[in-house]
Design a protein around this ligand. Structure first.
Ligand SMILES: [Zn+2]
Length: 271
């Protein structure tokens, strides 16, 4: 009896244990099923925080992906569009830099040699007023060169080197190193110098008028007499660059010439 009773008890235990195990399995299954959406929800929260606009600048900097090449490129172009970008013998513009707001000087009624000449919109508008003011007091200013692309500069530099050899370096810049690629530089001439680009333009009354008034329209003489050691260029009385009226006024007041001013206040192209 005791033996049988004992066997019955054992059987009862075994069944109880099986029931418990089944319950435990169900419970585990339910817990697993419940935890899946909870985990998914938590992961979503972590993910959305990573791109949240309220993240601190430091956090943002840490989690920001590296800059895409296009973004870097557009920042560089903006930098090259700055009116105070430093372009000289040491600092050059990229071959593919071209301003995107060039306008026709012919359309504005500015006297030009050749079919047309282009300048950036703001510089062109001020140049239009400048030549009109000069004409009003009997001074003739004709534009012989304005915007030149990298390719234009390469061609003109190669032509001058073929004629003058190394001496070409004194009056012409290698491609990328010319202010004309900025679309804010302009070369003047007039009848008094036979519509050529010559130093004796600096002795004309039109040149004297420019020295007195160009800054009022935001233009400055980029390569003044005696500034060759700074800029790498000798005196170019015909070459003016637009930097805006406030900058032009400050350059005129001195003591820095344009090159010194750009080194102190300007931006490097680095593009
Ligand atoms: Zn020039």
């Amino acid at each position: 009896m005791g033996k049988r009773g004992n066997g019955k008890t054992k059987k009862g235990f075994a069944e109880g244990a099986r029931r418990l195990r089944r319950r435990a399995e169900w419970l585990t299954a339910i817990l697993v099923l419940l935890s899946v959406p909870t985990l998914w929800f938590l992961l979503q929260q972590v993910g959305s925080e990573a791109v949240s606009p309220v993240a601190s600048p430091e956090t943002q900097a840490m989690i920001s992906p590296p800059r895409a090449p296009e973004a870097a490129r557009s920042e560089d172009v903006n930098r090259c569009n700055d009116p105070l970008v430093l372009v000289d013998r040491e600092h050059d513009l990229p071959a593919d830099y071209a301003p995107d707001d060039l306008v026709s000087l012919r359309d504005l009624g500015v006297p030009i040699l050749g079919r047309d000449a282009l300048l950036r919109r703001e510089a062109a508008g001020n140049l239009e007023r400048l030549v009109a003011s000069a004409a009003a007091v009997g001074e003739e200013l004709t534009v012989t060169s304005a915007y030149r692309s990298y390719e234009d500069q390469r061609a003109s530099y190669a032509r001058l080197v073929s004629i003058y050899g190394r001496r070409a370096d004194k009056t012409s810049a290698p491609p990328g190193h010319s202010q004309h690629q900025l679309g804010t530089a302009v070369d003047f001439t007039n009848a008094a110098v036979g519509y050529e680009v010559r130093r004796n333009f600096g002795r004309t009354s039109a040149s004297v008028w420019l020295q007195d008034h160009a800054h009022e329209y935001g233009f400055v003489l980029a390569y003044p007499r005696g500034g060759g050691s700074d800029t790498g260029f000798h005196w170019e009385p015909w070459h003016y660059r637009y930097v805006g009226a406030e900058n032009a006024r400050r350059v005129r007041e001195g003591p820095l010439d344009l090159q010194g001013y750009l080194v102190r206040e300007g931006v490097l192209p680095s593009c």
